[in-house]
Design a protein around this ligand. Structure first.
Ligand SMILES: Nc1ncnc2c1ncn2[C@@H]1O[C@H](COP(=O)(O)OP(=O)(O)OP(=O)(O)O)[C@@H](O)[C@H]1O
Length: 250
């Protein structure tokens, strides 16, 4: 088993049990994940690294219920995602999971404020205004809420996306290369912000990244190679992460 277990006393926000994911059939089949087991403790920040093609995006998509494993189980808190029909899975993603993407994925015709509360509007849920105000303040968007994405910098747009992800108080936020489209110093600000969400609110966060300096913001770094978890490091520095990536041939 290529499992990375955390202490049993720590409640897992996400658990993968022997997850495999195969794309295609027969000789053309690709095994993107090969029996991956991992526990991501509630309130922790996990970075997922690995060479190109090692299965990082597949790991994120399976863990977030965006894609179904070929075999194995994914549990979000106490819910087994493999047992859910499409509609319930969609609802669970909307209600319990926040997403942050490299490309921000904001709606250009809506203001920052409207983008932030859109998922809750679509879910016909009342927004907790006090909470949204706190989130907006924390992400540093006060004064920019009436701007449309086109009137904001890349860093500000990512702040809107992060506020949107946090506004529904999700069990887990999944971030896919959240600093990939930003310059170095803006990227660092965004990572500090994600770190602060974990520290201040015990937000569980899972981030896929190519960048050792970004992964160094995490509590734990999981290393994927060829569809399996080959290593895990707790609170490593960027240099140690970079060395490990070099050994993996990245
Ligand atoms: N939809 C798909 N159909 C077929 N093969 C796929 C599909 N998605 C991913 N793969 C294959 O699965 C493997 C893992 O891909 P994945 O995108 O998870 O890797 P990654 O580590 O995120 O890569 P990168 O860092 O380049 O984004 C690769 O060999 C990829 O070609």
């Amino acid at each position: 088993m290529h499992g990375i277990e955390s202490p049993a006393a720590v409640r897992a926000a996400v658990r993968l049990d022997e997850v495999t994911k195969r794309y295609g059939r027969g000789r053309a089949a690709v095994e993107a994940l090969r029996g991956v087991s991992a526990e991501l403790p509630a309130g922790s920040f996990t970075a997922v690294m690995g060479p190109s093609g090692s299965g990082k995006s597949t790991f994120l998509h399976c863990a977030a219920g965006l894609d179904r494993p070929t075999s194995g189980r994914v549990l979000l808190e106490d819910t087994d995602l493999s047992g859910l029909r499409e509609r319930r899975l969609t609802r669970l993603r909307r209600d319990r999971i926040g997403f942050v993407f490299q490309s921000f994925n904001l709606l250009p015709s809506l203001t920052a404020r409207q983008n932030i509360v859109l998922p809750q509007r679509l879910a016909r849920r009342r927004t907790d205004r006090e909470w949204v105000r706190e989130v907006v303040e924390r992400v540093g968007l006060a004064g920019r809420l009436d701007h449309r994405p086109g009137e904001l910098s890349g860093g500000q747009q990512q702040r809107v996306a992060i506020a949107r992800a946090l506004a529904a108080k999700p069990a887990v936020v999944f971030a896919d290369e959240p600093t990939g489209a930003l310059d170095l110093s803006t990227g660092r600000d965004i990572l500090a912000l994600l770190r602060a969400a974990v520290d201040a609110w015990r937000q569980t966060l899972v981030m896929v990244t190519h960048d050792p300096a970004a992964a160094a913001y995490a509590d734990r770094v999981l290393f994927l190679a060829d569809g399996t978890i080959v290593d895990a490091m707790d609170r490593p520095g960027a240099a140690r992460i970079a060395d490990r990536m070099t050994l993996l041939g990245a």
